[in-house]
Design a protein around this ligand. Structure first.
Ligand code: DGL
Length: 259
């Protein structure tokens, strides 16, 4: 398919959280070129109005397409809920892959379990989540846990600081010993999975949507004849609306930190 399959995949999030998804994308599709954009100047999205998140997402998608993106990954649950349908309707010829809380695999693994879904207030408020809970919740007890402030705090880095562990304990510590699984329904949260696990105690399974999103991208690129045919490893580049050396170094460190 020549030229178009040589194009890059644009990946975006409100900030650096979507780098957790980017890691899955690169693992699944190592020959693709990825350009990551984090809108850290406008993070967090989860505490904004839906219309504003839609507008910001449209702006980012338009810029990717103007630069020649062959596909777009919305590496943000909040922006997927607020903007995916509109973006797909506006660009029916471009694969646009979103992410949603991984409730389906969690409910399959724990069909009668008690499952926490940690996400932004907006994700848990919008229809997409309610449809997901209706479709896949089955006989589980699904407990939505909005986490105001958590994504914004993760944006600042310094993930081992005690204030972050305290914040996480304040959000989920009350569920310690009483749940089977946690769905990390915001792409920032895989970076504090260890802190969440500590607050909840042993024996809790974790689910996030990164790997599913990567498989979905592979399927869409394959269907459209857009998979890269090159042999070398793809290139990964980063840009941020907070365009400072400090911010871009933070993005790089989130890309390579052991999780
Ligand atoms: N990372 C985003 C998500 O997956 C949201 C974080 C934010 O509130 O900006 O929902």
């Amino acid at each position: 398919m020549g030229e178009r399959s040589d194009g890059f995949v644009g990946v975006f999030d409100s900030g650096l959280g979507g780098i957790s998804v980017l890691r899955s994308l690169v693992a699944e599709l190592p020959h693709e070129d990825f350009r990551y954009f984090g809108d850290s100047a406008n993070a967090p999205y989860g505490e904004k109005a839906e219309a504003q998140v839609l507008e910001l997402s449209q702006g980012i998608a338009e810029r990717f397409l103007a630069d020649g993106a062959k596909a777009i990954v919305i590496a943000c649950n909040t922006a997927t809920s607020a903007a995916a349908a509109t973006l797909r309707a506006a660009h029916p010829d471009v694969p646009i892959v979103g992410i949603e809380p991984a409730l389906k695999p969690a409910a399959r693994a724990f069909p009668r379990g008690r499952i926490l879904v940690m996400a932004t207030e907006m994700t848990l408020h919008l229809d997409k989540y309610h449809e997901l809970a209706r479709a896949w919740g089955g006989e589980c007890e699904v407990v939505p846990v909005p986490c105001p402030g958590l994504a914004a705090r993760i944006e600042r880095g310094d993930l081992d600081a005690p204030d972050l562990a305290e914040m996480v304990a304040g959000l989920v510590g009350g569920y310690a010993g009483s749940i089977d699984a946690v769905v990390l329904g915001c792409t920032h949260y895989p970076f504090v999975r260890a802190q969440i696990a500590r607050a909840l105690g042993p024996g809790v399974a974790f689910f996030d949507g990164g790997a599913g999103t990567a498989r979905q991208l592979r399927a869409r690129l394959t269907d459209e004849g857009l998979l890269s045919e090159r042999d070398r490893s793809g290139r990964v580049s980063f840009a941020s609306s907070l365009d400072t050396p400090h911010e871009l170094a933070l993005y790089q460190s989130f890309f390579s930190m052991p999780l």
